[in-house]
Design a protein around this ligand. Structure first.
Ligand code: GAR
Length: 213
């Protein structure tokens, strides 16, 4: 199966979805500024009106939209609003960068193989839940290696084809905070790289296995 080719003749447009701090959003902006990621961020969409990530976007003059669950009668209505906002911004690729909501299927269906998520564990281990839960579960399980995963979003939570992973050691004296910080540094490298890989149009899928041509 081919991952959709990106548009020619203009820089691909990203829509980045956030719910909190926004350090991964900053990493995307930084990679674009350094010329390492050839893309633009068309819109930053937040599920929370007070997410600090929104300030990173407005600071750079990027359009922001808040779509908070309580504004909508159903997850489907929330999903339709998300699709509408992303389409209005002419988004080619959607990136979940610390986004704390599970999509209604209509969102996944509107952007097939065009939504990436970063998760702070080596999937399929410690799937589900928001940071710092996956990091806490890794620590409690006693694993010696953890890390982060960028994967395509499908209707099954944290189970879509894996685009890229990075591993970090779990140290004997780690706390959830120190492990989360070490994983976060890896995330900031991995996410822009994985976005670039998908935008290159060279990612191919065979079942759940994604590879670069
Ligand atoms: C990151 O650690 C990201 O992997 C995680 O939320 C954090 C967001 O940090 N995402 C999940 O847990 C998704 N299930 P940020 O707002 O500073 O980018």
């Amino acid at each position: 199966m081919n991952v959709p080719e990106q548009v020619e003749g203009r820089l691909p447009m990203l829509g980045v979805l956030v719910s909190g701090r926004g350090s991964n959003l900053e990493a995307i902006f930084d990679a674009i500024d350094r010329g390492e990621l050839r893309a633009r961020v068309g819109v930053v969409l937040s599920s929370k009106a007070d997410a600090p990530a929104l300030e990173h976007a407005t600071h750079r003059g990027i359009a922001t939209v808040v779509i908070a669950p309580k504004q909508y009668a159903s997850r489907a209505a929330e999903g339709e609003a998300i699709v509408e906002a992303l389409r209005a911004a002419m988004v080619d690729l959607v990136v979940l960068a610390g986004y704390a909501r599970i999509f209604d299927p209509c969102v996944v269906q509107a952007f097939p193989l065009r939504i990436l998520n970063i998760h702070p564990s080596l999937l399929p281990s410690f799937a589900g839940g928001m940071a710092p839960r996956p990091q806490r579960e890794a620590l409690e399980a006693g694993v010696k290696i953890s890390g982060c995963t960028v994967h395509f979003v499908t209707e099954d939570v944290d189970a879509g084809p894996i685009v890229a992973q990075a591993a970090v050691p779990v140290l004997d004296d780690d706390t959830v905070a120190t492990l989360a910080e070490r994983i976060l540094e890896a995330e900031h490298q991995l996410l822009p790289q994985a976005i670039g890989r998908v935008l290159s149009g060279r990612v191919r899928l065979a079942g759940k296995r994604a590879s670069v041509e």
